[in-house]
Design a protein around this ligand. Structure first.
Ligand SMILES: Nc1ncnc2c1ncn2[C@@H]1O[C@H](COP(=O)(O)OP(=O)(O)OP(=O)(O)O)[C@@H](O)[C@H]1O
Length: 746
């Protein structure tokens, strides 16, 4: 316990603590309050002492009664002091606490006697007896008070003793506490010393740990540096080695490339000289062929009859084959019968075996004969191909057919152009277009007559099947490995789409024929594969009509030519393998649907664009090892009407310009081919269409153009323009046969 606490306790026990609220202290200072000995005896603690000193002392106000007041004067007021002690000790009242206040009794008495004592007499002069009496009474009262005071004093003594014992207790407690305090201080010091030692030890440890950490860090840094250096050295070594290897490789590759280049260059040189030689040879060959062709031309009839004869032979051979086959069947059954007989016959074995050998020999002969006939048939097929091609070449490598569509129900007869077909019962090659009636100044009525002649003219009653008969030989050429191009040219509504891609048009018919022929050729060892593309050239852009309709007019396709192999490919194009002839219907439907997406009306779009159906035919003969690669292009051209005169603007004008450009490019290409200059420039690149068809126009390819004619009077001007263009094409000689067609104005 802290010393201060004990002092506070002593303070709380102070019997004389001033109380301003005490009525006695407020009383007017008539009584002198001397510090009593009892009070002094209590004054041991410093706090207690200060409290006593602070009590105010007043000078005696009754100097005349000094002796009396010093002993029994009202200022001492022991009872009052006692009562304050009592109140400080937990409310216990010491003996005498109930004694009446002497001071107040004295006060009363003093007031009663004072007039006589002070000589202020108002009654009789002097009464000795009463005075003695009263003195005695006073004396008795005084004595009683003294006794009372004695009792009070003994009570106070008891209190003092009690206080003393209490003080002794407190001192003992204080001593104990002081001792405890000292012990605790010693312990505290010891603990502080231990703490200091521990702190010292901790600091020491920390310092050692830091030193160790520094050492470790330094060691690690050194190790890291050495590892890094080692790594750097290794990387440098590896890099050097790799660079050296790379240099070696580069040197080697350079050497190899150089060697390869030199080899290629020499090969190229050889090839160039070879090709020059070949070209020269071809030239000579061409000239020779020209001569031959002239001979051939003369001997065409002979060849035709020969072909017929060959056909007859083939037919006879086929009959022979059938007979032989039935013979071999008969022989087989004979063999079986003979075998059965052998089992039954026990004797004459030799004769039987001879007869069996004979039968066997006959059978072998029959097989050999069959093989020979088959071989002859294959030779016949090769010969047929050759002859077929010669016939096609003689017919001319570019042909023009004219087709007039019938009038539709909606078109009255009065609106139709007068057209005549003078040789329709014969060759069917001419058409007369009669102009409107014109009255001359002399009054005669005339009609302008425009006569055109083509390879074939189909009148309005001709059906697609008949038209196809005429082109089927060209389709056969595609199977034989030639590039064939069939165009439909004419103004909008003239019947191009009907001819080309209607349900029974040229495209489906061509596919069906190819299938049938390819199947027939299978027994001669041929296997064919067919791959189809359908593209559209619109505004000089190529579109895939079998692709995603959303990509129409957006996706870019490029045309790539393999000049050495004479092959054309289109990038990112959909190719459909025609596994069955029915596939073609799906292809046509898809193309139509795609066009419908791109335009509000599909036919509107179709008349503003060129569509090209490309069929690639690859054949392989596993018996003879022959191979053929041909392409059939079926082209539905955009409407040829001269829209530049119609005042078209904007998008329509652009379309028109593109159509005009591509059609005139087609004309230019055909015309350049017709000039037939060896190595002359052919402007294929002038339009997407001609560029796409580069290998199918000219050279060894075969071209057929349909010029489509509308029967309407209103379209006559366009009809004449189309027919004139077609005549120009017809007059063009490409390849071997030269022909002349006539345009007669009557
Ligand atoms: N030989 C024909 N026999 C019967 N109807 C025909 C014949 N040729 C054309 N038509 C009909 O004439 C109309 C116009 O023909 P088509 O659509 O083929 O013309 P187009 O030249 O292809 O026109 P576009 O350039 O707009 O495509 C169609 O209704 C078609 O059915």
């Amino acid at each position: 316990m802290a010393p201060g606490t004990i002092a506070n306790k002593a303070m709380s026990m102070s019997p004389t603590r001033p109380k301003t609220a005490n009525p006695e202290t407020k009383r007017p200072g008539s009584v002198t309050r001397q510090p009593s000995t009892t009070t002094r005896a209590h004054n041991r603690g410093s706090s207690y002492s200060s409290s006593t000193v602070s009590r105010p002392t007043a000078p005696p106000s009754r100097a005349t009664n000094g002796t009396f007041s010093s002993t029994v004067g009202p200022g001492t007021r022991p009872a009052s002091a006692m009562s304050r002690h009592q109140s400080s000790f937990n409310g216990r009242r010491p003996v005498g606490a109930s004694i009446p206040r002497a001071a107040s009794a004295l006060d009363t008495h003093m007031e009663d006697v004072s007039p006589s004592v002070l000589g202020k007499r108002k009654g009789p002069e002097w009464d000795q007896a009463s005075r003695e009496k009263s003195m005695e009474g006073l004396m008795q009262t005084f004595m009683a008070q003294v006794n009372q005071q004695g009792q009070t004093s003994s009570g106070l003594k008891e209190s003092v003793d009690m206080y003393k014992s209490r003080i002794n207790d407190l001192e003992t407690s204080r001593d104990e506490l002081t001792e405890l305090n000292i012990t605790q201080r010693v312990q505290l010091d010891t603990l502080r010393n231990q703490l200091r030692t521990a702190e010292q030890a901790r600091k020491e440890d920390k310092r050692e740990y830091e030193i160790a950490m520094d050492d470790l860090g330094q060691r690690q840094r050194i190790e890291l540096d050495s590892v890094q250096q080692q790594n750097r050295r290794e990387i440098a070594t590896i890099t050097d080695r790799h660079q050296e290897e790379a240099r070696d490789l580069k040197r080697r590759f350079d050497r190899e490339i150089e060697d390869e280049k030199a080899a290629r260059l020499s090969a190229l040189g050889k090839l160039t000289s070879q090709s020059a030689l070949d070209t020269q040879k071809s030239q000579i060959e061409l000239e020779r062929k020209d001569r031959e062709i002239t001979t051939l031309h003369d001997g065409l009839q002979t060849l035709k009859s020969e072909l017929d004869r060959e056909r007859r032979i083939v037919h006879e051979l086929k009959l022979n084959l059938d007979t032989t086959s039935s013979n071999s069947v008969t022989l087989e059954s004979s063999v079986r019968a003979l075998k059965a007989r052998i089992e039954f016959l026990e004797s004459g074995r030799e004769e039987q075996s001879k007869s069996f050998e004979r039968c066997n020999q006959q059978m072998m002969d029959a097989f050999a004969e069959t093989e020979a006939i088959k071989e002859k048939l294959r030779r016949e097929e090769t010969l047929r191909r050759k002859l077929h091609n010669q016939v096609q070449e003689l017919k001319g490598n570019i042909r023009v057919f004219c087709r007039v569509r019938p009038s539709l129900k909606s078109e009255p007869a009065s609106d139709l152009t007068l057209m005549q077909y003078p040789d329709e019962t014969d060759d069917g090659k001419e058409i007369n277009i009669l102009g409107p009636e014109e009255r001359s100044s002399l009054g005669t009525v005339n009609r302008k007559n425009n006569t055109f002649s083509f390879d074939r003219v189909f009148n309005p009653s001709t059906q697609n099947a008949e038209v196809f008969d005429e082109i089927s030989q060209l389709v056969q050429s595609a199977l034989d490995g030639y590039n064939v191009c069939i165009f439909c040219y004419g103004q909008t509504g003239s019947g191009k789409t009907h001819t080309m891609s209607s349900a029974d048009g040229m495209i489906p018919r061509a596919v069906h024929q190819i299938y049938e022929t390819a199947q027939g050729l299978e027994e001669k060892g041929w296997r064919y594969s067919m791959a189809g593309n359908f593209v559209e050239v619109y505004n000089e852009n190529l579109n895939d009509l079998l692709g995603n309709p959303d990509e129409l007019d957006k996706k870019k396709h490029e045309i790539r030519h393999d000049m050495q192999r004479g092959k054309t490919t289109i990038t990112d194009i959909t190719t459909v393998n025609l596994d069955s002839p029915e596939m073609v219907e799906t292809i046509l439907k898809n193309a139509d649907a795609n066009r419908s997406v791109a335009a509000t009306k599909a036919n509107e779009r179709s008349s503003r664009s060129h569509s090209v159906f490309i069929l690639k035919l690859t054949g392989q003969n596993h018996i003879t090892g022959e191979r053929s690669e041909g392409t059939l292009n079926l082209v539905d051209l955009a409407g040829s009407e001269r829209l530049s005169h119609s005042g078209a603007t904007g998008e329509r004008l652009k379309e028109t310009q593109n159509i005009n450009r591509s059609l005139s490019s087609l004309g230019d290409v055909i015309s350049a081919l017709g000039q037939g200059k060896e190595g002359g420039h052919i402007p294929y690149r002038n339009s997407k269409l001609t560029y796409l068809l580069q290998f199918s126009l000219g050279g060894n390819s075969k071209t057929l153009m349909f010029v489509m004619v509308s029967p309407l009077q209103a379209h006559m001007s366009e009809t004449l323009t189309s027919l004139k263009f077609a005549t120009k094409v017809h007059n063009t000689h490409i390849g071997t046969a030269k022909r002349q067609a006539r345009v007669r104005d009557a």
